[in-house]
Design a protein around this ligand. Sequence first.
Ligand code: GDP
Length: 356
Amino acid sequence: SLTIGIVGLPNVGKSTLFNALTKNDVLAANYPFATIEPNVGVVGVPDPRLAKLAEVFDSKKTVPATVSFVDIAGIVRGASEGQGLGNKFLANIRESDAICQVIRVFSDPDVVHVEGKVDPADDIETINTELVLADMQTLEKAIPRLEKESRKDKERKVLHDAAVAAQEVLNSGTTLFAAGVDPEPLRELTLLTTKPFLYVFNVDADELGNDETLDELRALVAPAEAIFLDAQTESELIELPDDEAAELLASIGQDEPGLDQLARVGFRTLGLQTYLTAGPQESRAWTIPVGATAPEAAGVIHTDFQRGFIKAEIVGFDQLIEAGSMAVAKTKGWVRIEGKEYVMADGDVVEFRFNV
Ligand code: GDP
């Protein structure tokens, strides 16, 4: 499944955040036989629709979609030249499908900053530079080879030209993602900066209500998504019973934990969406790429469902809740029959019909 690599300079709160994420791990609860790797945290994507579905269908349990985070060991200036854990770091990022940078904004004088000062813009620049340099090295090696190949094979020229264009973007110092470069034609080169980025600003809890500060930080990374949280508070929240956690959240003026936002935004950043199934056993959210067709969606449940796909019976979540039951939704004509070409919409509640 798709993963998000968590990166950041040392001492910005990565471990604190990652530990909180892994305490939220849903694998153990829902997939008892899964192997859990120490540097991977699989968290549920909070979805209030599941509890409502479970009410309508009297389901025994709910199963959320998940998103996986990988803790990627420290990057420092010079990583692209093999400094610190440079090579391992780059290999780990290469395997991730999106990059989440944690940035220190909190001011605690007892926690040393690796560059001597708290400067979010500078930290973002440092990491971007290492990733840009690594991609430039990849392209410098690849382009002469691709040029040779494209003389014999016209199809290779597509990749060659994309590589040359990418090199120009990188020369100007921006990541390929920030420049909006299409990752598809470049895929074979497994570049780092074509991957989608998202940013977690680790701020002091009392800054979470300071819109001016948050807007300034958001502007540093726009149009990438920004999440604001206090990693230390998150690690406390995860240890508390629900009522006390709600109290702590209210005391810092937040509606939900930052980890919930991170799971949701991370899921979206990976280009994923969910559809829903419901019954007496479970109400469940299934993960599909945006744009997946009905048979592809069925294949997520079981490959046989995709192979034998006949049709899907689909009702929108809101309409189902308004109807109060599947039966009423059917009498109102809100349950549609969709075929092989249907492109799934987020929140479709689905029952598949298939041949076995
Ligand atoms: P990493 O090197 O990025 O993994 O950073 P750590 O998670 O190990 O955090 C480094 C230090 O900063 C630890 O002493 C943490 O307790 C502290 N720390 C992490 N997050 C916060 C935070 O949000 N606020 C404050 N005040 N300290 C934090």
